[in-house]
Design a protein around this ligand. Structure first.
Ligand SMILES: *Cc1c(COP(=O)(O)O)cnc(C)c1O
Length: 386
């Protein structure tokens, strides 16, 4: 027991730190992502918080794409700000030279999403890994929508990958969870002054220096031994069991999600009542080149579109659907949709919505595993009603 507490031996002594069920699932995800070490967290929110907080402390700064998931945007822009950590949100389509201007001496990492929720844009890994590595800091990417089946960000220079396993990985809305996978590629000791939490002794662990004692496993070991010990956001082993079942069919489901989504996207693109469609697998999409480069098998099952006529027509369309349901959840076996302007962001005016980067007419459609023709038929009859 003494050796376990001193991190001299590895083993199981309390589930808040480690559990064999969680570890086997984390190790599968680690292999799928091509990482070196991984851990599960209680939610995607906890994963993204831990991923950044593991290397940032009060007085530090980091950069995130402004197109990221709203929950992460709040976490970075509001809650972490209260902890003294400042985040600058940037337009991810800016050229490298422009992005460089946001980097400060106390900038500790860069954060983005492979495919953004809900705007479905694709991150330029080459540009962002250059930005991070030119400045001696790691690139963290939330790979929730793509999953390791469609994209392995580590192969494109990403250092740390996060997930909300609640989405495709679970796949059936059965459990909430998250994961962090470290490539082990970032050399903390080469930038020792920037990352004292990893490169100087941890007094709460008898003076262990994570980077020298654990090498490539330093980042995950610190996040487990220190953050998980103190914050307790461990994934319930029962939830890990559920996502383990999900992982077994992930490769089959992702193929079907993408096939269905492309068919639905093409239908929407050709319908005269639809103002616009964003789905990077479409050849006409602004992000198609990046999709071809980084996610050639397909991006994911989520797309977004707008209906001519604004909020009123969008609401009428959604209320007319029979098979497709209005749900907050996304990336699920069942097709669902959400209209931020009348749901999650309903208190905002159209002007405020635009400021938040969400078009007032944006409908996020998460295409599931049903027969694509049934989905198209449902969408068609609802469009016909407006
Ligand atoms: C849902 C989601 C999260 C948050 O995950 P939870 O499991 O709901 O806490 C983070 N990032 C992305 C891209 C998501 O879609």
């Amino acid at each position: 027991m003494g050796k376990l507490f001193d991190l001299e031996a590895s083993g199981y002594f309390y589930t808040r730190l480690q559990n064999p069920t969680n570890d086997i699932v984390a190790s599968k995800l680690c292999e799928m992502e091509g990482g070196y070490a991984a851990m599960l967290t209680s939610s995607g929110q906890a994963a993204n918080f831990f991923a950044v907080f593991n290397i940032c402390q009060a007085g530090d700064h980091f950069i995130a794409s402004s197109s990221i998931y709203g929950g992460t945007y709040n976490l970075f822009g509001v809650s972490m700000k209260k902890m003294g950590i400042e985040c600058t949100f940037v337009d991810q389509d800016l050229p490298l030279e422009e992005l460089q201007k946001f980097v400060k001496p106390n900038t500790k990492c860069i954060f983005g999403e492979t495919v953004t929720n809900p705007t479905c844009t694709v991150l330029d890994f080459d540009k962002f890994s250059k930005l991070a590595h030119n400045n001696g800091i790691p690139l963290i990417v939330d790979n929730t929508f793509a999953t390791p089946v469609n994209c392995r960000p580590i192969e494109f220079g990403v250092d740390i990958v996060t997930h909300s396993t609640t989405k495709y990985i679970d796949g059936h809305a059965s459990s909430v969870g998250g994961a962090i996978i470290d490539s082990g590629n970032f050399d903390w000791m080469a930038h020792a002054d920037k990352f004292p939490g990893l490169t100087t002794p941890d007094d709460s662990y008898h003076g262990i220096t994570y980077a020298t004692k654990f090498g490539k496993a330093a980042y995950i070991t610190k996040a487990t031994a220190q953050l998980m010990r103190d914050f307790g956001s461990i994934q319930a082993p029962q939830n890990a069991y559920y996502i383990n079942i999900g992982l077994e069919s992930l490769h089959v489901r992702m193929e079907r999600h993408c096939k269905n989504a492309l068919k639905v996207a093409k239908f929407l693109n050709e319908n005269e009542k639809v103002a616009w469609v964003h789905y990077s697998d479409l050849e006409t999409d602004k992000y198609h080149d990046l999709q071809q480069k980084y996610l050639p098998k397909g991006s994911c099952g989520v797309l977004c579109f707008g209906i001519k006529g604004g909020r009123e027509q969008s609401i009428k369309f959604m209320d007319s659907l029979n098979l497709i349901t209005i749900v907050t959840h996304v990336a699920d076996a069942k097709t669902c949709l959400l209209h931020p302007a009348s749901h999650t962001h309903r208190q905002l005016t159209d002007e405020q919505l635009m400021e938040a980067g969400v078009a007032p007419d944006l409908i996020r459609l998460s295409v599931g595993l049903e027969d694509a023709d049934d989905l198209i038929e449902d969408i068609k009859q609802a469009l016909d009603k407006i």
